[in-house]
Design a protein around this ligand. Structure first.
Ligand SMILES: CC(C)(COP(=O)(O)OP(=O)(O)OC[C@H]1O[C@@H](n2cnc3c(N)ncnc32)[C@H](O)[C@@H]1OP(=O)(O)O)[C@@H](O)C(=O)NCCC(=O)NCCS
Length: 161
């Protein structure tokens, strides 16, 4: 498959059956069925009921209509390292199916997210990656994203249940 055979476009409700398993692959704490429920609201025109800021999902579609990746981007009022005086685009999720990686599909999804953020008057876009996700960190940096912070999350039990 040539990368030019892949089309990047906004997700639609009819993508739900292919999209939900990809969301579950990236965010396995929710099942594909749970992701499908949320996607139904987002893609069915009822996003306003669950969102306060604009959000969109881009998909990468092969010429046989198979979806091979997605990217979810929204606006955040602020993000680490970014100018706090205006909203920034934020990459919430970025995923390419294993067989299609390292062919430029992820870069094209990111380019679409950046265009979307620009169209919402953002001058910056931000993202994050887990500390042990070296592939994601390398890919972000290859695409011009600079590290602004590294963070360790803590928890402490306050009440025994
Ligand atoms: C991160 C991910 C979306 C990248 O998608 P991709 O289609 O492979 O990315 P591309 O082929 O467009 O590569 C984009 C850049 O990252 C670099 N890159 C991608 N995979 C890489 C790897 N395994 N090692 C080193 N660099 C890599 C590429 O070389 C390219 O840089 P270049 O333009 O200088 O050549 C994909 O690896 C993935 O889905 N991973 C699992 C889910 C995940 O971790 N998502 C990110 C969550 S924060």
């Amino acid at each position: 498959m040539a990368v030019n055979d892949i089309q990047i476009r906004a997700a639609r409700l009819s993508d739900l059956d292919q999209l939900a398993p990809m969301l579950a692959a990236l965010w396995p704490t929710s099942s594909a069925q749970e992701h499908a429920q949320e996607l139904r609201l987002l893609l069915g025109g009822k996003a306003d009921a669950v969102l306060t800021m604009p959000l969109t999902i881009f998909v990468a579609e092969a010429s046989d209509q198979t979806l091979v990746g997605f990217l979810e981007v929204d606006l955040r009022s602020h993000a680490d390292g970014c100018n706090p005086s205006q909203p920034v685009g934020y990459i919430e999720g970025w995923y390419v199916a294993e067989d299609y990686r390292q062919r430029g599909v992820g870069a094209r999804l990111i380019a679409s997210a950046e265009d979307w953020a620009r169209s919402h008057r953002c001058i910056e876009i931000a993202s994050d990656a887990l500390i042990n996700n070296e592939v994601s960190q390398r890919a972000h940096q290859a695409l011009g994203y600079e590290v602004v912070d590294r963070c360790v999350h803590y928890r402490k039990q306050l009440v025994t249940q």
